[in-house]
Write a protein that binds this ligand. Structure first.
Ligand code: MTE
Ligand code: MO
Length: 500
């Protein structure tokens, strides 16, 4: 009817190599994407769909379901599927399995304690018990993947570096990075922009993975300083004592081999005290596949979204990364902005994170028994962005009416302005006064008269941290509400029952 040629799925399947041209279907359309593959970032991935339907693949990558992508692929349309074959779900169930299964056939094994919030791609938070060792063991570290984990051979893998003064086609191997540069180790806490999103969602719904307080973990990362690599590649490091960076380089892009990408300001990337690494080890082991094997950018003090895993390309640029995740995600908006009215072109990218803390133990709803002094132990973490230290953690037994100072524990050798690792804290919180306030005289009398059950006090434990800029956390989520549920740093509140 529209004059375009009609093809069967069998005909499309014959076009699965560059020699025979690469065809795919999307909905009822047939597309020749041979030229697209050559220019698309992560273009190899579309080869998984060569000769078949991209629909099941793109269903995973919600980023592709945008009007822009549709418009883009329409340029490559060469025809239509014969109408009765346009539903891929049935037609694609062939001996190779569905496209989805193929895409996720090479995922690594994962520790059973991880709390899975989405299975494919894998998004799993650290269990509460995993948040208390100061350094998170690799297998317990939270996992946040936007796409399938790529399969990479470290022996042949090369990292491309692009920028002024750097020869075209400059590449560095993993062995070069390990042997030709002094290794540097830095302890860095990575926190997802959406950590604690579920608590904001409970106040008012937001769109995103329902993270509790475990989308954060801490590791020692070892690798090459980004500065040293750029200098070795041929880039003339600017004189950072002058007020401005000279050559128009304002951002450093990081691309992941699987298609993810992000960027950070050049000032951070080039600062000798910024401690940005191209890491190849995590806690003394090769970086596990889920966390970026073999190479990962580690950007201390910034939202974890900028610490790009499976790092395959670094580029110096005067603009931010064009990646979806730099341009159309990970930005903050006013409480009134909706998904429709959020103007990504105006909003700033999230880089440094605000001050954050959370009670890890007890858990919400736990029954706690005070010790002989009437105290309950409360434990948790606190962390701020930009290398700001945690100066104090305040803990309350009564929803925020009275507070005591927690004892804080932090890595000893973090210089001023470079507190890249979190603080852990513990407080012995006196609960007696809070319990009696929670039991109204009539309720207390009524319950003891009515039964022999021991009286139970319901109280709300609260924590909030103060960082080295003396910034503190907002009391409630209302004022910092945003529809994507990022930057979720209101007071951490944990209701518990106190048993005598
Ligand atoms: N890098 C790549 N290549 N792909 C990704 O999906 N996710 C980012 C960041 N780097 C991501 C990535 C986000 S949003 C987070 S929170 C962290 O990786 C998670 O790191 P982890 O999985 O090691 O905890
Ligand atoms: Mo994230």
């Amino acid at each position: 009817p529209n004059g375009r040629p009609l093809y069967t799925r069998a005909e499309v399947a014959e076009h699965a190599t560059p020699e025979k041209r690469i065809w795919v279907t999307y909905g009822d359309g047939v597309y020749d994407v041979t030229d697209f593959v050559a220019i698309h970032p992560g273009g190899e991935r579309i080869m998984l769909a060569a000769g078949r339907a991209v629909d099941p693949f793109w269903a995973v990558f919600s980023v592709h379901g945008t009007p822009e992508t549709r418009e883009l692929i329409e340029q490559y349309r060469i025809g239509d599927l014969v109408p009765r074959e346009s539903d891929p779900s049935a037609a694609e169930m062939d001996s190779r399995g569905t496209g989805l299964e193929m895409l996720f056939a090479n995922e690594p094994e994962r520790h059973p304690s991880l709390r899975v919030r989405a299975a494919r791609p894998c998004n799993a938070e650290a269990a509460p018990e995993s948040l208390l060792p100061y350094v998170t063991p690799n297998e317990l570290f939270f996992v946040r993947n936007h796409l399938p984990v790529p399969v990479i051979d470290a022996d042949t893998f090369e990292l491309a570096v692009e920028g002024p003064g750097i020869p075209d086609d400059f590449r560095v191997s993993v062995t070069d990075l390990k042997t030709k540069f002094p290794p540097t180790s830095v302890m860095v806490t990575l926190q997802c922009a959406g950590n604690r999103r579920a608590e904001m969602h409970a106040v008012k719904p937001v769109k995103g993975l329902q993270w509790e307080s475990g989308a954060v973990s801490n590791a020692v990362w070892t690798g090459v300083r980004l500065r040293d690599l750029l200098a070795a590649a041929g880039y003339t490091l600017p004189d950072l004592s002058s007020a401005e960076l000279p050559d128009g380089v304002a951002h450093v892009h990081f691309d992941g081999a699987e298609g993810y990408g992000a960027s950070i300001p050049a000032e951070k990337a080039l600062d000798p005290r910024g401690d940005v690494l191209i890491a190849y080890e995590m806690n003394g082991e090769p970086i596990p596949r889920d966390h970026g094997f073999p190479l990962r950018a580690v950007v201390p003090g910034h939202v974890a979204a900028r610490s790009v895993k499976w790092l395959s390309r670094i580029a110096l640029s005067d603009d931010e990364s064009p990646s979806h995740w730099q341009q159309r995600d990970y930005k903050g908006f006013s409480p009134s902005a909706t998904l429709e009215t959020s103007d990504y072109s105006r909003a700033q990218s999230i880089q440094e994170l605000p001050v954050q803390s959370a009670i890890v133990f007890p858990r919400p709803g736990d029954a706690v028994v005070p010790d002989k002094d009437g105290c309950v132990p409360v434990r948790g973490y606190a962390v701020s962005g930009g290398g700001r230290a945690i100066y104090r953690v305040d803990v309350s037994p009564d929803g925020g009416k009275s507070w005591i100072d927690a004892d804080i524990v932090r890595a000893p050798d973090q210089p001023y302005g470079r507190h890249w690792a979190w603080t852990q804290w513990e407080a012995r919180v006196p609960v007696a006064a809070a319990i009696s306030a929670s039991l109204s005289p009539s309720a207390a009398a009524g319950s003891s008269a009515a039964s022999d059950a021991e009286p139970v006090g319901k109280i709300t434990l609260v924590c909030k941290a103060v960082d080295s800029s003396y910034n503190s956390q907002p009391e409630t989520f209302e004022g910092i509400y945003n529809v994507r549920g990022v930057l979720v740093g209101a007071w951490s509140r944990v209701p518990v029952q106190v048993k005598p």
